[in-house]
Design a protein around this ligand. Structure first.
Ligand SMILES: [Zn+2]
Length: 99
């Protein structure tokens, strides 16, 4: 099987990909679960999302900045092992090719 390309998606596309539960986890992650090197812990006030990527394993990668120190942060949300999500993500990729 060939490797999937890493593709950048927008927040609307993310909302289509995630179910309600996953969206809750995603939001919680942005608020409390992203490590900031400069703050030496989870970004205290959460992060500002700059880029969202669908990785070659169909995980979600978020890149942004810490709301406190403005340092660059990133976080991987492992979803590719969720079979339903993986299938959704692949269907989503196919849709992009058609457009
Ligand atoms: Zn910080």
């Amino acid at each position: 099987m060939s490797r999937l390309p890493e593709i950048q998606i927008n927040r609307f596309q993310l909302a289509i990909l995630l179910n309600d539960e996953q969206m809750q986890v995603y939001k919680l992650m942005l608020e409390k679960g992203v490590f900031c090197r400069q703050c030496k812990g989870a970004a205290p006030k959460g992060i500002l999302v700059k880029e969202i990527w669908l990785s070659n394993l169909n995980d979600i990668i978020v890149r942004g900045t810490c709301k406190v120190c403005n340092g660059n942060v990133s976080r991987l949300m492992e979803l590719g092992e969720d079979k339903a999500f993986y299938k959704n993500a692949n269907n989503f990729r196919k849709g992009l090719l058609i457009d």
